[in-house]
Design a protein around this ligand. Structure first.
Ligand code: GAP
Length: 442
């Protein structure tokens, strides 16, 4: 399938099946904002849950945090965001469209109207959203919506370190919304002004920074492949020195091969002691760590894997999307769309499908659904032919369909169909939950 076509098909599927809707749609939408529908919210929650499991639950050197979106404005002065978190903005004098100067085509022509040499000089535009806290809209009450979750972690470094008694190397992880007044949002949920980040700040002795940077590059690359993105659709790209953020001595991006080309999925940065040193300076608090074993005091260096929940969700969707030929019950061949999502990410794990709405089948199906519902996210679908219902579950990635038929009433068994192989197994009801549990890893 042609790659641009893939994007259209995934956006179309997302809308049609309740994964992602344009936000405020009944008002004509609102500037590249998106809402996750009933299946999308499950998929994105599963992405975040897989991240939390890998980064917090399965490690003894990382703890979690959920800090506020609104923070003291001094935080953003200390972090450098007020002064330097800017993009160069230009306007086309011909069509008045705005662009990032660093994203213009080499031809110099306006990407919107084609006019030549029509751009104004670039001016720096700060990406932070400003608001006012309290009823008075004056300079004393300005606050910012956070443009990254990371600063909530840095300002809590001491609170977390002293309450958990963790010693470097250790990390603090957080998932939450961030906001950037992007000049050119676009490509569906790839770049939006409101998005969700999954960030972890890993505090290490200064001399160990480079080694931990390499470690987290490997670990984060592995996380995506382990959850099903083929290795040839991913690459790790070190930043050129002129691309580095104001706080970083080294950054590598995990990039994904999006339908429009390679693009960032996650950034892994060596932030050195920049943030803790700045916050110590601006807050007047000592944010150094006393290493008792070696009787020395130092400001920890920080390695930061920073991922986007929305971008990751999009990448998993794109990598999972397949169209293929499949045999029908009457021996013909038809096209099926299937999301080959890792079962851990699939919105629903199991669909319960009574063969018909027959009064004898429905109560048994409900009994089965009630039991399975307490263990997995499930769907019950009664509408249409069984073939159509299989296709509907395939295109939203449900790993297993459980069909309840008339034989079930006699043999107390059901047919379990596998999404990928389409193989069907007869499984007795008393083994059903265990059968599914064995095939659906945590
Ligand atoms: N704390 C470091 C930091 O924020 P970043 O590379 O600017 O680094 C990290 O952002 C990740 O957050 C990106 O790799 C991307 O996945 C996600 N992200 C950043 N800006 C985004 C936007 N406007 N829309 C969607 N996701 C975004």
């Amino acid at each position: 399938m042609a790659r641009p076509d893939l994007m259209d098909r995934v956006v179309n599927l997302a809308k049609r099946r309740g994964l992602v809707f344009p936000s405020s749609e009944i008002y004509g939408g609102f500037r590249s904002t998106w809402d996750y529908g009933p299946l999308g919210v499950l998929l994105k929650r599963n992405v975040k849950e897989a991240w939390w499991r890998a980064m917090v639950q399965l490690r003894d050197d990382v703890v979690g945090l959920d800090s506020a979106i609104l923070m003291a404005p001094r935080v953003w002065e200390a972090s450098g965001h007020v002064a330097t978190f800017t993009d160069p903005l230009v306007d086309c004098r011909n069509c008045q469209e705005r662009f990032r100067a660093d994203q213009l085509p080499a031809s110099g022509a306006c990407p919107n109207c084609g006019a030549k040499d029509s751009f104004t000089d670039a001016r720096n535009f700060n990406l932070m959203f400003k608001t006012y806290v309290g009823p008075v809209e004056d300079a004393a009450n300005v606050a910012y919506l956070r443009p990254e979750t990371a600063q909530g972690i840095f300002v809590n470094f001491q609170n977390v370190q002293t309450t958990t008694r963790k010693k470097p190397p250790f990390g603090i992880a957080q998932i939450g919304k961030s906001f950037r007044n992007e000049i050119t949002p676009g490509n569906f949920v790839f770049r939006t002004r409101e998005f969700e980040q999954m960030e972890m700040e890993f505090f290490v002795p200064p001399e160990d920074g480079p080694e931990w940077f390499e470690y987290w590059c490997r670990e984060r690359f592995r996380w995506y492949t382990e959850l099903g993105i083929p290795e040839d659709q991913l690459r790790l790209r070190p930043h050129d020195p002129d691309e580095l953020s104001h706080y970083s001595t080294g950054t590598a991006d995990v990039e994904f091969d999006y339908p429009w080309g390679w693009g960032e999925l996650e950034g892994i940065a060596n932030r050195t002691d920049y943030d803790l040193t700045k916050h110590a300076e601006f807050s007047g608090q000592d944010l150094s760590f006393y290493d008792q074993e070696n009787d020395r005091r130092y400001v920890p260096h920080v390695i930061e894997p920073a991922a986007g929940a929305d971008r990751a969700t999009l990448a998993f969707l794109l990598a999972a999307y397949h169209e293929e030929e499949a045999p029908t019950a009457d021996g013909k061949v038809e096209k099926r769309t299937v999301l080959r999502l890792d079962p851990r990410l699939a919105p629903n794990k199991v669909a319960v499908l009574p063969l018909s709405k027959n009064e004898k089948l429905v109560p048994v199906s409900e009994e089965i659904a009630t039991d399975l519902r307490s263990r997995f996210m499930i769907d019950v679908d009664l509408a249409g032919s069984i073939g159509r219902r299989y296709r509907r579950q395939d295109e939203v990635g449900t790993p297993f369909c459980v069909t309840v038929d008339f034989d079930t009433l006699d043999d107390r068994a059901v047919t379990v169909r596998d999404r990928d192989s389409m193989q069907q197994d007869r499984v007795s009801l008393d083994r059903l939950a265990a059968h599914l549990q064995e095939r659906l890893p945590a």
